[in-house]
Design a protein around this ligand. Sequence first.
Ligand SMILES: NC(=O)c1ccc[n+]([C@@H]2O[C@H](COP(=O)([O-])OP(=O)(O)OC[C@H]3O[C@@H](n4cnc5c(N)ncnc54)[C@H](OP(=O)(O)O)[C@@H]3O)[C@@H](O)[C@H]2O)c1
Length: 251
Amino acid sequence: MVSWAITGATRGIGSVDPKNQVFALIRSRGTAGPLEKLAAKRKNIHIVVTDISDPRKLDQATAEVSKVTAGSLDVLILNAGSAGPDTNALPPIKIDCSQIKNNLISNIYVIHSFLDLVRNGKEKKIIFISSQSGDVEVTRISGLPTMLGYSISKAGMNMVTTKFGIELAQDGIKTLSMSPGWVNTDAAQAVTGDPEIRKFMLSAFHKIDPSVNGPIPVDESVTAMLQVIQNLTEANSGKFLTHHGNDDEWF
Ligand SMILES: NC(=O)c1ccc[n+]([C@@H]2O[C@H](COP(=O)([O-])OP(=O)(O)OC[C@H]3O[C@@H](n4cnc5c(N)ncnc54)[C@H](OP(=O)(O)O)[C@@H]3O)[C@@H](O)[C@H]2O)c1
């Protein structure tokens, strides 16, 4: 049985359940209604409430997972993240640095806490859910100057993932940063719900891919990403890939 731990599993991309043993690491039960319903039906889903910005609480979460898995974890997925809807439209000079703390520093804490468990796992994979916003060329071509804090957090984590991939190769651990595509989650709807903003986003994304016509369903993104995770080997460890498993199909 393969064990998975996923941060930010209350809703959105993190909520779809891979088969096998799943530890859903969440910060609050307040938004976890659908997850709670699923966990009530499936004995293989374990809800662990933690705070990814607090290493002490993360160590408690790790101990909870360890008790069930006898000290191992096969796949760690760093999915928790937010672009901060309130700051979406701010220009670079108004950078919101809280995104860097929430989406970058906290993820490093999560890796530190779960590393020993991953070392003992069979799959030995650490996956970071990144974003097109963290890609320099996508940013340059789409011409979007907003969300600097979010973009830095994703670009920075891409580098963190690569560095850990190099360091941990000797332990057989593989790492990957992956953009999920443009996905129809609460976060995307908060932006695309406004027809004017949707039009603006589409016109920016058309510069990258003229065929994109809106966010894709969560299931489509997750199915594609699971395939990429399955194909992760030593040879492509440390890369930043799209949900299609390449470096140019962002949607
Ligand atoms: N949707 C897209 O088009 C898209 C595109 C590129 C990248 N992404 C990335 O994909 C990941 C999932 O996004 P999504 O679209 O599924 O967003 P979402 O629907 O807003 O869900 C985000 C999840 O992350 C959790 N989370 C956010 N900030 C957190 C924090 N500081 N501590 C703990 N948990 C936190 C949320 O928990 P609560 O329920 O407690 O808020 C929720 O479970 C994110 O990393 C996002 O940057 C998404």
